[in-house]
Design a protein around this ligand. Structure first.
Ligand code: FAD
Ligand code: SF4
Ligand code: SF4
Ligand code: SF4
Length: 391
């Protein structure tokens, strides 16, 4: 451990309540500020060359990626933006040349983490140079849906909202003149709430990251003031040990009751995810191909779904629209354009929702590829491309 040697060593499997000792970070953080505190510590001590995280852009419905190399700038990334449906994985390729020569620290939700693992399998990024600080994730809300939901269901002008959070199954807003919470179940039954892929998602605690951080299970006097950290890898144990020894992060053992609460909450979220899968997949009807052909009939072949997908790396020829069969600009796209794409990605679709989120024609693409992926995983052996995580 060298410079940071001390008695505060943590090991893989440990579960602790952790909080930053940096007052500036603590003031902006979502709960204990352990995530930002650790990223700041990693930058200050050159354990990473840069950090890729998320910060508020124009307003709280506008989550934008942030590349930070000066530790003084990291505070602006503290806090959770639940109306930010951004995926960071592919940016490691575009911003950092796949972390080939630089060490990068990244905040990852389950989908960001899976995207990184899929990119590493394709040798597009170097996972050895990446520190993944995971955040638990109950789901995110599309920014446009969030604005409509706040206007229609809360009766509040979305531009007056100062803070939003998702807590104990409620979407809660603080706005000029008050605060209000409505149960997520009620919002989702009414067609609002989390994105459809998030409802089906089962990566609630990102244990393939180096650390998994969240607020589930922080109870008693530490509630709201500490981050629940599960140590998931030797790399995660190392940075947390060093930060504790340097006095940048304080910890105490998670209470057994808190661990139980966290386990129960995770279990309930997984059940809910299964319920949504059943509902969404059965609504596709008995002839999935017919449904896909009908819905994709309005595709304008803009290629956004291809360019943003973390498991899809088309050749330069394909992107130019110069492959044998796929010509850019020929619209309407023939259904085989989509069949070819599904054939390419459906064994490893991570249900991140980016294709669906960004499709200008509002085609439910993630629903289709997720349905195919889940069906394949359930009914065919060997399991396709899922060594590291469980879908
Ligand atoms: P901070 O020090 O405040 O750091 C937060 C980090 O999250 C920063 O690095 C920031 O850049 C990053 N971030 C903010 N918004 C996003 C985003 N949209 N996508 C990716 N990164 C982002 N915890 C639970 O226990 N249960 C949940 O149900 C839950 N749902 C969440 C849903 C979302 C969309 C997000 C972003 C987080 C969620 N969390 C959840 C995690 C929780 O909100 C805190 O991030 C976590 O407890 C760490 O707290 P902290 O004070 O240490 O984080
Ligand atoms: Fe969170 Fe899963 Fe949605 Fe990603 S897909 S934002 S991990 S709920
Ligand atoms: Fe077609 Fe939508 Fe993909 Fe664009 S994003 S190519 S419109 S399916
Ligand atoms: Fe994500 Fe869509 Fe690609 Fe699946 S197909 S990994 S949901 S962008």
């Amino acid at each position: 451990m060298g410079l940071f040697a001390g008695k505060h060593e943590v090991k893989v499997g440990d579960m602790v309540y952790a909080w930053t000792t940096d007052k500036g970070v603590a003031a902006k953080a979502e709960c204990g500020g352990a995530v930002t505190g650790l990223l700041k510590f990693a930058l200050e001590n050159k354990l990473v060359d840069a950090v890729l995280a998320v910060k508020k852009g124009y307003d709280l419905y506008d989550a934008v990626p942030a590349v930070i190399s000066d530790p003084k700038d990291i505070d602006q990334t503290a806090g959770s933006l639940h109306c930010g449906s951004i995926l960071l994985s592919k940016m490691v390729k575009s911003f950092f040349d796949g972390a080939s020569n630089k060490k990068i620290g990244i905040t990852v939700k389950g989908c960001d983490m899976m995207g990184l693992i899929e990119l590493a399998k394709r040798k597009e990024i170097n996972l050895a140079n990446i520190l993944m600080i995971g955040v638990n994730c109950g789901g995110s809300v599309n920014p446009t849906t969030a604005r409509r939901m706040i206007q229609d269901k809360f009766g509040v002008d979305p531009d007056t909202v100062k803070k939003e959070e998702i807590d104990k199954g409620q979407f809660i807003i603080e706005y000029e003149g008050g605060h209000k919470g409505i149960s997520m179940d009620e919002l989702e039954e009414a067609g609002y709430g989390r994105r459809s892929n998030c409802r089906r998602c089962k990566y609630k605690i990102p244990r393939q990251a180096d650390l998994a951080c969240g607020n589930w299970g922080v109870i008693g006097e530490k509630a709201g003031k500490a981050t629940f950290v599960e140590v998931c890898s030797a790399k995660g144990a190392d940075i947390l040990s060093k930060a504790i020894s340097a006095g940048k992060i304080a910890t105490e053992a998670a209470s057994p009751k808190g661990i139980e609460v966290r386990g129960k909450t995770e279990g309930a979220m997984l059940k809910l995810g299964e319920k949504w899968r059943k509902k969404d997949f059965s609504a596709l009807g008995p002839n999935l191909w017919e449904t896909i052909a009908k819905e994709t009939g309005r595709c304008i072949k803009c290629y956004t779904c291809i360019e943003k997908c973390p498991v899809c790396f088309p050749s330069a020829e394909m992107l130019k629209g110069d492959s044998y069969m796929v010509k850019r600009g020929l619209i309407p796209a023939d259904p085989m354009f989509h069949l070819r794409r599904f054939a390419h990605i459906s064994d490893s679709c991570i249900n991140c929702g980016q294709c669906e989120e960004l499709c200008p024609m509002e085609i439910p693409l993630a629903l289709f590829s997720h349905a195919v992926r889940v069906e394949c995983d359930m009914n065919y052996k060997p399991k396709l491309g899922k060594a590291e995580y469980t879908n």
